[in-house]
Design a protein around this ligand. Structure first.
Ligand code: FMN
Length: 235
């Protein structure tokens, strides 16, 4: 494994070396799929099959109405013809920001493959039916966790445990239960990011990486078969 070189003083830390990327393949506007969603599907499967750790972990960036950004990791749950779905609490900071500014950026980094995928798009909430179907598939502990957490609010030391107990009792869930009919909370559900722009990045030596960017033609978000302009970008 590469040993990172750092230089430290009492009040600074300098990183003096970095990993060299050397992906064996190349992407070009002609060998890449015409649809970035199909291309994502291919790369996601590559990452999964290659044993990349948590290939479903992605960074989600949101911004307030006045443009102050914030990022955090979430789990990618579904790709469909329209976009990328993740689930969260609808009263969380991210959801409040998405309500006031319905634009988001997603980022996947598959280190083991020297690959990165950037996605920028508009968001919409997934249907109640989709949320309920997904919620049903979650382990009961996660279902109760969704009820108990007032995500992103300030809490006291014992508040979470107390709320967890409250919902255990409300839904009659015993400690060893693996399944239980816990409904999805009204304040919890999915967001779908519908891309207007996607970029596929392949790490190469000396920072001479391959970058291919897709831009949606005409920007229509309702179109299920969008056309894309495909360009190579300088690294
Ligand atoms: C790998 C990873 C996956 C995560 N997945 C989710 C997720 O799918 N949904 C979610 O609400 N939070 C998820 N979290 C927690 C979020 O990063 C974040 O702490 C939380 O959603 C609160 O963010 P907010 O206050 O900006 O709304 C995940 C964290 C990590 C490190």
């Amino acid at each position: 494994m590469d040993q990172m070189e750092v230089a430290e003083t009492t009040d600074t830390l300098h990183v003096r070396s970095h990993v060299q990327y050397n992906a064996p393949d190349h992407i070009t506007p002609t060998n890449i799929h015409r649809s970035p969603l199909e291309q994502f599907h291919i790369w996601f499967n590559d990452a999964r099959i290659a044993g990349v750790r948590e290939p479903d972990a992605m960074s989600l960036s949101t911004a307030t109405a006045s443009g102050i950004p914030s990022s955090r990791m979430v789990l990618f749950k579904q790709l469909d013809k329209r976009g990328f779905v993740f689930y969260t609490n609808y009263t969380s900071r991210k959801s409040k920001e998405l309500e006031e500014n319905p634009n988001a950026a997603l980022l996947f980094f598959w280190r083991e493959m020297s690959r990165q995928v950037r996605i920028v798009g508009r968001v919409e909430k997934v249907s109640k039916e989709e949320t309920e179907a997904y919620f049903k598939s979650r382990p009961v502990g996660s279902q109760l966790g969704a009820w108990a957490s007032k995500q992103s609010s300030i809490i006291g030391e014992n508040d979470l445990a107390a709320r967890l107990k409250k919902f255990h009792d409300r839904f009659g869930v015993t400690e060893d239960a693996h399944e239980r009919d816990v409904p999805a909370p009204e304040f919890w559900g999915g967001w779908r990011v519908i891309p207007n722009e996607m970029e596929f990045w392949l790490g190469k030596p000396s920072r001479l990486h391959d970058r291919i960017r897709y831009l949606r033609v005409n920007g229509s978000v309702s179109d299920e078969e969008p056309q894309w302009n495909i360009d190579r970008l300088s690294p």
